[in-house]
Design a protein around this ligand. Structure first.
Ligand code: SF4
Length: 587
């Protein structure tokens, strides 16, 4: 298939009727792809005035124009109305999905409506099928994955498999969508959106082909980028220890959250450091399709399942963020304990970061007597792996009112039971960077409430002054660069390889000169449209609050400067409103 570079090819499936159609959508040089394409599709087909859980709301998966053509263009943007905030949001994932979509011939998959019974959607270059899978109700992610292998097994292709666990079916605010093995659309509850559509799984067959560009420019540029990411030190750390190398560094800086952010450093770090994982538990590294780096670290989990010497082993992926959320934040100081918790969150289909941080709040609330074991059912204690695994089960099943609220986020549980001062929530459960004021403000107010919206954590570590304008200019400008990456949709780890100029070269080499020429302006427009959508779907930037716990943090720089943080907050709110109000354009 020759790809149409003027517009995007979108497959729309309505779960209610089972009907599907292919849409030639928008102008590529305006919406670009990925994040911009998802926002443009929601603007056209979404219902900003209807509630987030209205089944007519679209769930969108979008790749970028460079997907399948260049290394590390391996991610997919999932755009949806978040059940956690109600607002327009995004989550990104790797795995095989991006290439499977490219080989199936779609730039985006848009799903609306709710199926009559639990279903699995199978999408290929020449077929779209809905299968009744009511017998998979309540199945965990691993079992569902095994059942789903039979869908499309008769087709040769680059299949990718998405599914939800009981957390998504039960509508938890931070249920994730598991992608193939080890990858996830994690934050903001995309799994609950799938659950609301009675969509247990999606198989993308990747059963077509596409034509590569002729001429010398494309292969020469491919070679250059490939050698940059494999033949230099640019990506080395991601393959070596991986992001887990940050544990020792941030602990040393007094910037690693421990025990619900009651500490920022702990001498027991050696038990869960990246080095400890690598030396004792690392089995192998693996990669998303189309990535020559391979940053996904797989650890060995050995579990006794019967008396005498009966053991089973499992392969569990780990990274910095999961180790922070299910390790230091819960006071777990041994690597195998962290893997056991990560395996449990993977199985039930919960985002590991949000669930870990929410349970950390519950443990402190119990410790302080804000709640009792009547609520937690199990004696939650920092450092006790088994109590947190048991609590995860109560969370997913919604055993009582407390767990049902906690399943919508720590802030919602604290609003009912107390303990709001020590919720570690910055728009959503915090990411693992207690680096200071700029990061706290950037996550609390950022577009996805993610450490990936902009490099606030890096700014905290490098800035020598407290210049509010300079800090906010950095956040806005860095977000713009990341918007370009998110439109293409490259792995964020490759952002040094894919500068805006390099992205222009890549677009030109494929013949998309109009998109290349318009890239910077189009990026600004996508940035603006994303903020507009977030605000139109309920975001009040002036209502954001940062809990007291963040004002008590002490890092290597000393105590957090609350006046500086307040000034950053006000200035960032103005910048966001300015971005959303900037001039118009087409999608
Ligand atoms: S660097 Fe890691 S996350 Fe990024 S594309 Fe490669 S394997 Fe996937």
């Amino acid at each position: 298939m020759r790809i149409d570079f003027t517009s995007s090819r979108v497959l729309h499936v309505d779960m209610e009727s089972g009907a599907s159609r292919v849409i030639s959508f928008g102008t590529r040089s305006a919406h670009l792809g990925g994040s911009g394409l998802a926002a443009a599709l929601y603007t056209e087909y979404g219902l900003a005035d209807a509630p987030a859980d209205d089944p007519r709301q679209p769930l969108i998966f979008a790749i970028g124009p460079l997907t399948g053509f260049f290394p590390l263009m391996s991610k997919v943007v999932c755009g949806f109305r978040s059940p956690y905030t109600g607002e327009w949001s995004e989550s990104h994932a790797g795995g095989r999905l991006a290439l499977a979509m490219r080989f199936s011939g779609y730039d985006a998959l848009m799903i609306t409506g709710r199926a009559r019974s639990l279903s699995c959607l199978v999408v290929g270059s020449r077929r779209v099928e809905m299968h009744d899978v009511h017998y998979m109700r309540g199945q965990d992610v691993f079992t569902a994955g095994k059942y789903m292998r039979r869908f499309g097994a008769d087709r040769h292709g680059h299949r990718s498999s998405l599914r939800i666990g009981p957390a998504g079916e039960n509508g938890l605010g931070y249920a994730c969508i598991n992608v193939d093995s080890f990858r996830h659309f994690g934050r903001m509850g995309s799994g609950a959106v799938m659950g609301g559509k009675k969509l247990k799984g999606i198989v993308v067959l990747g059963d077509g082909s596409f034509t590569l560009p002729e001429g010398k420019a494309y292969p020469a540029l491919f070679k250059k980028i490939y050698s940059d990411v494999t033949g230099t030190d640019m990506m080395r750390k991601y393959h070596d220890l991986g992001t887990a190398e940050n544990l020792l560094v941030l602990n040393e800086l007094h910037a690693l959250p421990w025990r619900n952010l009651q500490q920022t450093s702990d001498p027991q770090i050696d038990g869960i450091s990246g080095e400890r994982f690598a030396e004792q538990l690392l089995l192998r590294q693996t990669a998303c399709a189309g990535c020559p780096v391979g940053c996904i670290h797989i650890g060995l989990l050995r579990q006794q399942f019967a008396s005498d010497h009966e053991y089973l082993y499992k392969q569990v992926s780990y990274d910095y963020e999961p180790i922070f959320a299910q390790g230091s934040m819960l006071g777990i100081t041994n690597a195998s304990g962290v893997l056991a918790l990560l395996d449990e969150t993977e199985k039930v289909g919960l985002d590991c970061m949000s669930s870990g941080v929410a349970l950390a709040w519950a443990a402190e609330a119990l410790e302080k007597g804000v709640i009792s074991e009547k609520e937690t059912v199990v004696p939650l204690r920092f450092g006790d792996v088994h109590s947190f695994i048991a609590a995860m089960g109560h969370l997913v099943r919604g055993t009582n009112d407390f767990y049902r609220l906690l399943g919508q986020g720590a802030a919602k549980a604290a609003a009912e039971y107390g303990g709001e001062d020590f919720t570690c929530v910055l728009g959503q459960e915090m990411a693992g960077y207690a680096t200071g004021e700029v990061f706290f403000v950037s996550q609390a107010m950022g577009f996805r409430h993610s450490h990936l919206d902009s490099g606030g954590y890096a700014y905290d570590q490098s800035a020598k002054d407290k210049d509010v304008d300079k800090a906010i200019d950095f956040l806005v400008d860095d977000e713009h660069k990341r918007v370009l990456i998110n439109c293409m949709v490259s792995c964020m780890f490759a952002r040094k390889a894919y500068t805006p100029e390099r992205l222009q070269e890549a677009l030109s080499s494929l013949g998309m000169t109009e998109a290349a020429d318009a890239l910077t302006d189009a990026g600004r427009m996508v940035q603006r449209e994303r903020w507009r959508l977030k605000i139109a779907t309920g975001y009040d930037v002036n209502a954001v609050r940062i809990p007291k716990r963040f004002k008590e943090v002490v890092t290597w720089k000393g105590p957090v400067d609350v006046a500086y943080m307040d000034a950053l907050k006000q200035r960032y709110a103005r910048a966001i409103l300015d971005m959303a109000a900037a001039g118009g354009g087409e999608n």
